[in-house]
Ligand binder design. Structure first.
Ligand code: GTP
Ligand code: MG
Length: 197
């Protein structure tokens, strides 16, 4: 897929106010600071369309981008950010639940996990919730450039082993780096296939 146009469309705190669900949609979520915004910029070949930051917890709203006037890409606020209040965490949960459970046009969600570290409780909990709700998703490993091939393979295997404690069928996985562009073609071809279906 060639990205001809990629534009910011709208930000919402209320999922009910998201755009009419008339175009195929793909969501990106993961722990705060996992590299969601960086991956989105890499995917779309836009420098800072999705705001990136060294400060975790930067993305707080549901951000819709419209791509090729054809499909929506959604940058969601991350989970597992330690420095937020219980109240804010509950607000996030409510917003995220509402969004995922009421988005009929959502084709796939890319759940991002940091390739450098062992499976985190917050990641496993989120993935398990997704599985329970029978929502379609892929697991995307980020920051692959920071690891050797051996470390990477070992961490991916550990993550899959952790998931297979709970799930018989494992999700598709994609290894990516916003630095090198690794995984870009694979992600775009998953999205192309979803748009055709
Ligand atoms: P929040 O919106 O704050 O939750 O963060 P985010 O998940 O959108 O992460 P963001 O893209 O802002 O990246 C967080 C930090 O990780 C930044 O300092 C990025 O430069 C760095 N980073 C993101 N992706 C990569 C990558 O593929 N490789 C390397 N080396 N660094 C990355
Ligand atoms: Mg972000």
């Amino acid at each position: 897929m060639i990205i001809r146009t990629a534009e910011f469309h709208v930000s919402n705190s209320d999922p009910a106010k998201c755009p009419e669900p008339v175009k195929p949609e793909y969501a990106f979520i993961g722990r705060s600071n996992v590299g969601k915004s960086s991956l989105i910029n890499m995917l779309l070949e836009r420098k800072n369309l999705a705001r990136t930051s060294a400060t975790p917890g930067k993305t707080r709203l549901i951000n819709h981008f419209i791509i090729n006037a054809e499909w929506y890409l959604v940058d969601l606020p991350g989970y597992g950010y330690a420095r937020i209040s219980k109240k804010e965490r509950e607000k996030w949960e409510l917003m995220i639940r509402k969004y995922f459970l009421k988005r009929p046009n959502l084709v796939n969600t890319f759940i991002l996990v940091d390739a450098r570290i062992e499976p985190k409780k917050a990641d496993i909990e989120f993935i398990n919730w997704f599985g329970q709700e029978q929502l379609p998703f892929s697991v995307v490993f980020t920051k692959a450039d920071k690891l050797t091939a051996n470390q990477l393979a070992s961490n991916v295997a550990d993550f899959k082993a952790k998931l297979s404690e709970t799930w018989e069928e494992l999700p598709s996985t994609v290894i990516t780096s916003a630095e090198t562009g690794e995984g870009r073609g694979e992600l775009l071809s998953l999205i192309s296939k979803g748009n055709e279906a």
